[in-house]
Write a protein that binds this ligand. Structure first.
Ligand code: C5P
Length: 283
């Protein structure tokens, strides 16, 4: 079986506070895009669980979120993984804030559920996904959604009016736990207008959505990285993006475009400086 795993973007990301369990309460508006990984799920004649990726530095077996998802799925069915090969063809950039690993995990859950005759409802699958990672429940459902709590409390939202997306990942690495640590040690001065974003989605106004995009992690980046993020966003806006934002804990910046030609030109321009630049559509 072949399954597609879609990348996600954060239209907004707010960190409300640290919780006793060490996680943070979040409030985020999420959006799926056409940039995707492809997964092949196949029987391997009783060889147990094997995970293979087109990117050889990614972990194999249960250490890969796709493998962990398979283990959690069969645990929920009350048995071990007896015979499953997972082959990943990666296109979503890794450690980019686009939920590549979480989306692969969600695709495994959806695929296995279908192969096993749909023992779980989508809501039950999302609950299984919670054990794999905070972004996995959203990736099970996808589309336009509000994610709260650790990321697992989901409210579907009116779909974002269809548009073009240019996503660009600069080369510097970010550590999600480290960025959460930086957020804890400073006062958040500016927050997204999440209510305004929900109203803009309700009215189907793409320009109003794009203008309200905001991510508190951007302010918590070290100076040089924040400057680099601002530069990419500037290029996107100058090329005609209606708005630009950082996704997740970064370092991917993206812009929303209502015109294909402007989006293509932005992708071409940024692609000259940043190898990992992608043109996509919203889903
Ligand atoms: O759940 P997941 O394994 O994807 O989270 C990775 C890390 O991100 C956690 O170990 C934690 O440091 C941080 N995190 C958090 N609050 C969340 C989600 C993630 O602090 N709601």
């Amino acid at each position: 079986m072949e399954v597609q795993a879609l990348a996600k973007l954060n239209l907004t990301l707010d960190v409300l506070g640290k919780r006793p369990d060490g996680y943070h309460d979040l409030r985020m508006v999420m959006q799926s895009i056409t940039l995707s990984d492809t997964l092949e799920l196949a029987d391997n004649a009783g060889e147990g669980l094997r995970v293979e990726s087109s990117l050889h530095f990614l972990p194999a077996g249960e250490k890969n979120l796709a493998g962990k998802a398979a283990v959690c799925f069969y645990q929920a069915l009350g048995r071990d993984v007896r015979s499953l090969d997972i082959r990943l063809t990666k296109r979503i950039p890794v450690c980019a804030g686009m939920a590549g690993g979480s989306s692969d995990a969600a695709a495994v859950l959806r695929g296995l559920n279908e192969l096993e005759g749909n023992p779980f409802t989508p809501t039950e699958l999302a609950r299984i996904g919670e054990r794999v990672g905070s972004d996995v429940p959203y990736c099970v459902i996808g589309g336009t959604a509000l994610a709260e709590g650790r990321g697992e409390i989901l409210t579907p939202l009116p779909a974002l009016p269809p548009c073009w997306v240019v996503a660009c990942k600069p080369d510097f690495p970010v550590s999600t736990p480290e960025l959460f640590g930086r957020i804890d040690s400073c006062r958040i001065r500016c927050r997204p207008d999440t209510e305004g974003m929900l109203a803009a989605l309700e009215s189907g106004n793409l320009g109003a959505v794009a203008r309200r995009m905001y991510n508190v992690f951007e302010d918590a980046l070290p100076d040089r990285q924040r400057t680099s993020m601002a530069e990419i966003k500037n290029v996107l806006i100058q090329c005609g993006a209606l708005g630009a934002n950082m996704s997740g804990s970064g370092p991917t910046a993206f812009g929303l475009f209502d015109e294909e030609e402007a989006a293509r030109q932005a992708a071409q321009l940024l692609g000259q400086s940043y190898r990992e630049t992608f043109l996509a559509r919203t889903v």
